[in-house]
Design a protein around this ligand. Structure first.
Ligand code: FEO
Length: 400
């Protein structure tokens, strides 16, 4: 293969699309695939930024060779050591005997943990803020610890090209549109970008805000992430940075209600549907309902972070919380979920600890309770219908 894009005169994207792997990190479904981006600068020095996942080494290598032509690499910069980007490092170094490996102290620690220390004599260790001349460009290394691994570093070139590791990436293979100015970000892009960020980077909000602060005042003309399209238009870059500020601060993007329910025989589902109907009657525009037994959690969690209000059901199962809701809530907390308004519907046919267990799981999220808990006994009755109407009004009022 020799499929790569020339982004500028001497800047190439030589990464690959992956439509074969079912789950990212063996966790998150990727119905539209994902891309592993690698970039090549052919300045006076030839510099490669990261590699790709082990399954695509041959395709990547072929792309690299075609883009390089007769040239040999001088530097391989590692912005992130997770194996979806680092699996071809040793292979590249074998073929490019003068190529130095550029990373920080932790980069090399992880490199040796994953792939051994065969190329120890080629390390060029950089510190935060240090620079490297490569011709007309100077590269500045800006450490971004915990976005989302400890060794991550961004690299900003003097031309304004920001190599941002996983940050500003997204799920979804590149379907020709290698740059975000070629797509409608609101429609085709942002939901999967959010699902990627929230589930993979989400918990590290503080680190995200810290790196955004480090970048303030620096000129960024192009963002080159390790997944998904690049960003090269000012308004697209600003749009995405604003999203990152919101997500990193754990703020909601818009008023709306995410209802996550569990229901064995449809009775609790009926209550969830009725609540949604009453919310609509009260003027709430954004309402999403998910069955936690049906949807992959990553989609529900992404929407839970998006909206201002969260409603969950706590139904009993062997006197404990229904296991799929239990697992969902724990995974939600793992993404740093906080700062939301929460309402609860329980269903306990013969008593149990479901509600208490759910509250314990969510304790660290510091949620603001809206309305009284609606406690069903097996199914809805007239009294509970009245309570649902009251809860819908309370939730709608909480958005004003
Ligand atoms: Fe895309 Fe954290 O690796």
């Amino acid at each position: 293969m020799f499929f790569y894009q020339q982004l500028e005169n001497d800047l190439y994207r030589i990464g690959v699309n992956d439509r074969r792997t079912a789950r990212f990190e063996n966790m998150f479904p990727m119905p539209d695939g994902v891309s592993y981006n690698s970039y090549l600068i052919k300045d006076e020095k030839k510099v490669l930024f990261d590699t790709v996942d082990a399954s695509f080494i041959n395709d990547f290598y072929s792309n690299l060779n075609h883009a390089l032509g007769e040239d040999k690499l001088d530097y391989l910069v590692i912005t992130h050591m997770e194996p979806d980007h680092s699996s071809a490092i040793n292979m590249v170094l074998k073929d490019h005997p003068d190529c130095k490996l550029v990373g920080n102290k932790k980069t090399f620690q992880f490199l040796e943990q994953f792939f051994g220390d065969e190329f120890k004599d080629r390390y060029l260790e950089v510190k935060n803020g240090e620079t490297l001349e490569i011709g007309k460009r100077t590269l500045e290394f800006i450490f971004a610890p915990m976005v989302h691994w400890p060794e991550v570093m961004f690299v900003l070139s003097s031309e304004g090209e920001l190599f941002s590791a996983d940050a500003f990436g997204t799920f979804g293979a590149i379907e020709g549109h290698y740059s975000s100015d070629l797509i409608d970000m609101d429609r085709a892009f942002i939901d999967e970008a959010r699902r990627y960020y929230i589930n993979i980077v989400g918990k590290q909000g503080r680190s995200v805000i810290a790196i955004l602060k480090k970048l303030e005042g620096k000129e960024v003309k192009m963002i080159l992430p390790l997944h998904g399209p690049i960003h090269r238009q000012k308004d697209k870059i600003e749009y995405f940075i604003e999203k990152y500020k919101t997500w990193g601060s754990f703020e909601s993007e818009e008023d709306g209600v995410l209802i996550a329910y569990s229901s064995m025989y449809g009775n609790t589902e009926e209550a969830a549907d009725m609540l949604a109907y009453e919310l609509s009657e009260n003027g709430v525009k954004n309402i999403h309902i998910y069955d936690v037994s049906e949807y992959d959690y990553s989609y529900i969690i992404s929407d839970a972070h998006k909206f201002s209000n969260f409603v969950y059901t706590a139904i009993n199962y062997n006197t404990d919380l229904y296991p799929r809701m239990d697992a969902f809530l724990r995974e939600l907390v793992c993404t740093g979920f906080q700062n939301r308004k929460v309402s609860v519907i329980t269903n306990m046919s013969w008593g149990g600890r479901a509600e208490k267990i759910a509250e314990e799981i969510l304790e660290s999220s510091k949620l603001e309770k809206i309305g009284e808990t609606i406690s069903l006994k097996s199914s809805l009755d007239e009294e509970k219908v009245g309570e649902i109407k009251e809860l819908a009004k309370a939730i709608a009022d909480s958005m004003k």
